[in-house]
Design a protein around this ligand. Structure first.
Ligand SMILES: C[S@@+](CC[C@H](N)C(=O)[O-])C[C@H]1O[C@@H](n2cnc3c(N)ncnc32)[C@H](O)[C@@H]1O
Ligand SMILES: [Zn+2]
Length: 301
């Protein structure tokens, strides 16, 4: 962990994450058990859901019970791919930094963040940023990579790994890739204004031999049963936790959705694929259907 003022970003721009990591890469089991956990924890319907670090939209189709699904990711190319799959009806694509989101406070009643916290150099800032845009009582389902997993414990006991899986500090095992202790994640969630509740442990059987020899459906079913012990102990590589946004938090004026990431104004006017901040004049463009908050168009005169 560093105490740099602006956390670094693990940049997926132009990456082949979809084809290198998912499609045809033997991870159907992981994909299925993650969907089971999400279905169990997230209310199936609602007004507006924010998918944080949505990537190429692997999971986005699951959220269509919400009137609007907002896919947020730092990578424009991942979002462009997602848009080519889902189109614009009911979906909005926003390229922005999770730490500095261009949304007014309290505009989402649902949020999910899967396989993203593990890239966060500053989890309190990232989770605080999520809390800011959640409506009080809204539900946020967070997945995190668990450092206290059985494999890490065994490796530590056998002295094949230097770091202690029981210590609460996040471990950066590869640059900008972190694993977290469940206690650390739960404390951080509470500190920023969430009330964590039901937990599901996920991917109990993430072992090559099992995945190759047991049919995926059977393995996923076994995992779905084991997930239910999630509040008692957490020894899997992945953990899902359902949180409710507690307290009141900031409130935006009625009807506000965008917030200028430059000056914090809610006076954002949309015209011809350009969003202009009426207060500081900064303009933001929508290109190929993706709102781009990574680089402003520049101040208008
Ligand atoms: C491992 S992928 C997960 C994608 C998707 N959630 C899934 O499970 O298939 C991590 C995603 O987080 C995004 N990401 C990382 N840091 C980010 C940040 N600071 N702001 C927004 N997105 C970020 C990356 O661009 C990438 O698409
Ligand atoms: Zn502004």
């Amino acid at each position: 962990m560093t105490d740099a003022r602006t956390p670094e970003i693990c940049d997926y721009e132009g990456s082949s994450y979809r084809t290198d990591f998912w499609e045809g890469q033997g991870r159907d089991y992981e994909d299925r058990v993650e969907r089971i956990a999400l279905r169990r924890l997230l209310p199936p319907t609602g007004e507006r859901l924010l998918e944080l670090g949505a990537g190429f939209g692997r999971l986005s189709r699951m959220f269509t019970g919400y009137k609007q699904v907002v896919l947020l990711d730092y990578s424009r190319s991942q979002l462009e791919y997602a848009r080519s799959r889902y189109g614009d009806a009911g979906f909005l694509y926003v390229a922005a930094n999770l730490y500095e989101m261009p949304f007014a406070p309290g505009v989402f009643d649902g949020a999910t963040m899967v396989r993203v916290l593990h890239h966060m150099q500053d989890p309190p800032a990232a989770l605080g940023s999520v809390r800011r845009v959640m409506q009080p009582g809204g539900v946020f389902v967070l997945e995190f990579a668990n450092k206290q997993n059985l494999k890490a414990i065994a490796r530590w006991i056998l002295r094949r790994q230097a770091w202690n899986p029981f210590e609460r500090e996040p471990i950066e095992f590869v640059e900008l890739n972190y694993n977290f202790h469940p206690g650390y994640v739960l404390d951080t969630l509470r500190e920023v204004g969430f009330e964590p509740g039901r937990m599901l442990t996920v991917s109990h059987y993430r072992i090559g031999l099992l995945k190759r020899t047991i049919p995926t459906g059977v393995l996923a079913w076994m995992d779905s049963l084991a997930q239910l012990t999630g509040n008692w102990w957490q020894l899997t590589p992945s953990v899902f936790v359902r949180n409710v946004a507690s307290g009141e938090g900031e409130a935006a004026p009625e009807g506000a959705f965008w917030m200028c990431p430059q000056c914090g104004s809610y006076e954002m006017v949309e015209h011809d694929d350009v969003l202009t901040c009426e207060d500081c004049g900064t303009r933001w463009a929508r290109r190929n259907g993706v709102w781009d908050f990574k680089e402003p168009l520049g101040a208008s005169s």
